[in-house]
Ligand binder design. Structure first.
Ligand code: ADE
Ligand code: ZN
Length: 338
């Protein structure tokens, strides 16, 4: 099964680039930029990665991002991620970045954007992996700050594919951000939002009804509302589920209690993704392995999950067809024992 997963063509739709900052790179960049870290060793960093909920993770995650200072730092971060997942047979990735985490520290928009774009273009040419950027508004900050961030992104409109909403969920309903999402849609951005990770199914309703998102990030709490599940199935609104993240942040007790298989069997368009792999113990393949083992997923389940990801991706029809053909050929060969 491990080999089946390793070679399975995959698409990643839920990945925060700041969440790919491995402890080794954290130390390298801290040294390069003369930044003092509150850790003495890489082991000490890893030991600090024990989280009790989303907020306990975010506090450490935003602190880690402080070492990212120059265009080269953002290039190195993005390149390392794309090189890693390209070796895991990821064909396409839709990647979140959090402008406010950087602009609030005085890093100009063009510094991180240019670094990310340069790496993404290089990876397409040299590794054959395609990717798109999704700008996320930080939900713990004000809707006014999100509007300001959308304005700052204007000169880079052609380089940013979509917008999303992330960070602390409880007490920060999607409805707060209706205006900025309306404006983003008017400007032609594709829109997604984190909802129903820790927060209630009601927030998923708000994301689809008020923000008009076509894809929900996480969304696992939708299970609490049968009407919502019916709606997600009928409209085929995908959920970008992140199994290892959900375990690390105590959304589920352990992988045997995760609800992705239940959602899949109900007909929800679920996908598997890594969220913040440097913090949660694994990239795409590790998420697939852990989920397969925990829930005893079949090859047919894994194939369906990969097919869902192609359906859920913001790709044009030709590229989707090509990826479906590649995935189908792989699965057919595996089924026939070749
Ligand atoms: N930012 C990075 N990872 C996140 C997550 N899992 N939920 C909300 N915001 C995030
Ligand atoms: Zn996320």
């Amino acid at each position: 099964m491990k080999k089946f997963i390793d070679n399975l063509p995959k698409i990643e739709l839920h990945l925060h680039i700041e969440g790919t900052l491995e402890p080794e790179m954290l130390f390298d960049l801290a040294q390069r930029n003369h930044i003092q870290l509150p850790y003495q060793s890489i082991q000490e960093v890893r030991d600090a990665y024990h989280f009790t909920n989303l907020q306990s993770f975010l506090d450490i995650y935003y602190q880690g991002a402080n070492v990212l200072q120059t265009e080269q730092d953002f290039y190195d971060l993005m390149w390392a991620y794309l090189e890693k997942v390209s070796s895991q047979n990821v064909r396409h990735a839709e990647i979140f970045f959090d402008p406010q985490t950087h602009t609030h520290r005085g890093i100009p928009f063009e510094v991180f954007l240019n670094g990310l774009v340069r790496a993404k273009e290089g990876a397409r040419q040299k590794l054959g992996i395609s990717s798109e950027l999704i700008l996320c508004f930080l939900r713990h900050l004000s809707p006014e700050d999100a509007l300001k961030t959308l304005d700052q992104a204007r000169p880079f409109r052609e380089k940013i594919f979509g917008v999303g909403l992330d960070s602390s969920e409880m007490g920060r309903p999607p409805s707060l951000f209706k205006e900025v999402f309306d404006r983003a849609r008017d400007q032609g951005y594709r829109v997604v939002a984190h909802a129903g990770e820790e927060g209630p199914a009601e927030y998923v309703w708000e994301a689809v009804e008020l923000l008009d998102v076509k894809r929900i990030d996480h969304g696992v709490r939708s299970i609490d509302d049968p009407k919502l599940i019916e709606y997600l199935v009928e409209k085929q609104i995908p959920l970008t589920v992140c199994p290892l993240s959900n375990i690390k942040l105590c959304v589920f007790e352990d992988m045997t209690h995760h609800n992705i298989k239940q959602l899949l069997d109900l007909g929800v368009c679920v996908t598997i993704n890594s969220d913040d792999p440097a913090y949660f113990g694994g990239y795409m393949n590790e998420n697939f392995y852990a989920t397969q083992v925990g829930l005893n997923l079949s090859k047919a389940d894994l194939y369906k999950i990969s097919r869902n990801a192609i359906q859920a991706a913001f790709l044009n029809g030709d590229r989707k067809q090509a990826l479906n053909a590649e995935l189908d050929a792989y699965y057919r060969d595996q089924e026939s024992g070749n």
